[in-house]
Design a protein around this ligand. Structure first.
Ligand code: ADP
Ligand code: MG
Length: 208
């Protein structure tokens, strides 16, 4: 499905996508947060890009763990430690591996999402990135179990992720800054669920 070089390529491509969507992600964070989500992630992934040359030749686990540590240390907002923990735990799941198959991938995603739940003390339904992450993982697992190929599996994941992001408009946030605005947040799409959907889209573009 993928190897160390591709994982590095994905991280760089995510950085580019975030850079392209930086203003939009920041705009989404305006009515329900503090207008910094795009800026936060762009800063984090720019730091990952700076360190990318030193990741050459590393195994998948090490690359993901290092990228996670960079996000934790460079992103000021909540999303840094959340995405950072996800990548660090994903890195532990992939320790020593230079190739990744679909089962490794699904296991890694499961572990990464679990890390976000633990770190954020959040569950699905609270209008966070988890509302894109969890349904997309379910969709990918189902697709895999149905014998769909990797491209189709990822495409289903991306579709479910965007549907989940869209659905955050109907949820009252109970975690993170958006919880401060309560019901006034209704109708607004969660920035983190949106950034996650872009990230998964990149994974699908590079691998699929
Ligand atoms: P901050 O909220 O600190 O300004 P960002 O704007 O970068 O950080 O990120 C906000 C996003 O982080 C939200 O849109 C949401 O998806 C996610 N988030 C915030 N708090 C939590 C949490 N406790 N659990 C899961 N996700 C969270
Ligand atoms: Mg913010």
């Amino acid at each position: 499905m993928t190897d160390s070089n591709k994982v590095r390529e994905i991280l760089l491509a995510i950085g580019e996508k975030i850079q392209q969507q930086k203003d939009y992600l920041t705009e989404l964070d305006q009515p329900i947060g503090d207008s910094d989500h795009g800026i936060n992630l762009a800063r984090g992934f720019e730091a990952v890009k700076q360190k990318a040359p030193s990741m050459e030749g590393q195994d998948i686990g090490t690359i993901l763990k290092n990228a996670g540590m960079i996000l934790v240390s460079t992103v000021g907002g909540a999303s840094g430690p959340l995405y950072g923990s996800a990548l660090m735990k994903a890195g532990i799941a992939m320790a020593g591996k230079t190739e990744m198959g679909p089962e490794d991938f699904l296991h890694m995603m499961e572990v990464a999402i679990e890390a976000v739940k633990q770190r954020g003390k959040a569950i699905e339904g609270e209008a966070t990135m988890l509302d894109a992450m969890s349904p997309s993982l379910r969709a990918m697992k189902t697709a895999y179990e149905e014998g769909k190929d990797i491209s189709a599996m990822l495409a289903e994941g991306v579709r479910a992720s965007w549907a989940g992001a869209e659905h955050t408009k109907d949820l009252v946030a109970t975690k993170g800054r958006a919880s401060y605005v309560g019901e006034r947040g209704l109708g607004h799409q969660d920035p983190g669920a949106t950034s996650y959907s872009y990230m998964l889209e990149v994974v699908a573009e590079v691998i699929g």
